[in-house]
Design a binder for this molecule. Structure first.
Ligand SMILES: Nc1nc2c(ncn2[C@@H]2O[C@H](COP(=O)(O)OP(=O)(O)OP(=O)(O)O)[C@@H](O)[C@H]2O)c(=O)[nH]1
Ligand SMILES: [Zn+2]
Length: 213
C-alpha cells in the first residue's frame, strides 16, 4: 500500500492502483533540486562541472525507472485470443528479466519472473505477460507485493483455472549495503486455482527449472 504524502496537496493520482492516494507531482525543477540536495548529502559539490547536468539526467532516469505508475496492467491484458483449438494445458513464460527498486531503500533488486497459467476462456499474447512484469517492476514495492500483484491482475483479466508466479531476485540493499551478503537470492511464489495443488506446484517448478533451449 502506498502511504499518503501528507505534505503535498491533493491533486493527482499517483498510480492507477493507488487512486485513493492523491498527491501533487513535483515539477522537473523541484526534482532536480532534490537531486542536488542528495549530491550534497553524499558529500560532493553539485556545481562542479561533472555534476552540473546530473540532476537533469537523474530526473530523466527516474521517469524510466518508475514509468509503471503511468501504465495500466488491465489495459495491457485487454486482448484475449479465444481460438486456441482447445488448448487447455499450462502456458509458461519463464526467465523474464526485470529491474526494480525496493520500496525500503530505493535500491535496485534484479532478477527473473516466471509466469504460468491454465487457460479457461482464452489466452493472452505472450509478450503481455512480460509487459505486466515491467509495469510492476517499474514501481516501488516489495518483491512479495510484486509477486502478488502480477498474479492478481492475470487472475482478474483472464479468469484462468490457475495462475502461478515465481520471482527470484537479488536485492542490492542486501549486497551493496547493510548486511552485505552478495549472491543471496530471494524467491517468492503466488499460486491460485489449480496451482493450490502441491503436485501442480511441483510441475510448474520442474518446468521453470528444466534445461532451456
Ligand atoms: N520482505 C521484504 N523485505 C525487503 C525487500 N526489499 C528490502 N527488504 C528489507 O527491508 C528491510 C528494512 O529493514 P529496516 O530495519 O527498516 O531498515 P535497515 O536498517 O536499512 O535494514 P538493513 O537492511 O538490515 O540494514 C531490510 O531487512 C531489507 O532487507 C522486499 O522486497 N521484501
Ligand atoms: Zn531495500
Amino acid at each position: 500500500m502506498i502511504p499518503v504524502v501528507k505534505s503535498l496537496s491533493v491533486e493527482r493520482a499517483l498510480s492507477p492502483s493507488a487512486d485513493k492516494f492523491l498527491v501533487k507531482k513535483p515539477t522537473q525543477e523541484q526534482a532536480e533540486e532534490a537531486v542536488r540536495t542528495l549530491i550534497l548529502w553524499a558529500g560532493d559539490d553539485p556545481s562542479r562541472e561533472g555534476l552540473t547536468e546530473t540532476p537533469q539526467r537523474v530526473a530523466k532516469a527516474y521517469k524510466e525507472f518508475y514509468k509503471g505508475y503511468d501504465e495500466d496492467p488491465e489495459v495491457i491484458l485487454d486482448r484475449v485470443f479465444e481460438e486456441v483449438d482447445g488448448y487447455r494445458d499450462m502456458v509458461l513464460v519463464r526467465d523474464i528479466p526485470f529491474y526494480s527498486h525496493c520500496e525500503h531503500h530505493m535500491v535496485p533488486f534484479v532478477g527473473k519472473a516466471h509466469i504460468g497459467y491454465y487457460p479457461s476462456e482464452g489466452v493472452v499474447g505472450l509478450s503481455k505477460l512480460a509487459r505486466i512484469v515491467d509495469v510492476y517492476a517499474r514501481r516501488l514495492q516489495t518483491q512479495e507485493s510484486m509477486t502478488a500483484q502480477i498474479a492478481q491482475v492475470i487472475e482478474a483479466a483472464l479468469k484462468p483455472r490457475g495462475v502461478a508466479v515465481l520471482i527470484e531476485a537479488e536485492h542490492m540493499c542486501m549486497s551493496m549495503r547493510g548486511v552485505q551478503k552478495q549472491g543471496s537470492s530471494t524467491m517468492t511464489t503466488q499460486y491460485t486455482g489449480l496451482f493450490k495443488d502441491p503436485a501442480e506446484q511441483v510441475r510448474f517448478f520442474t518446468m521453470v527449472k528444466s534445461p532451456g533451449l
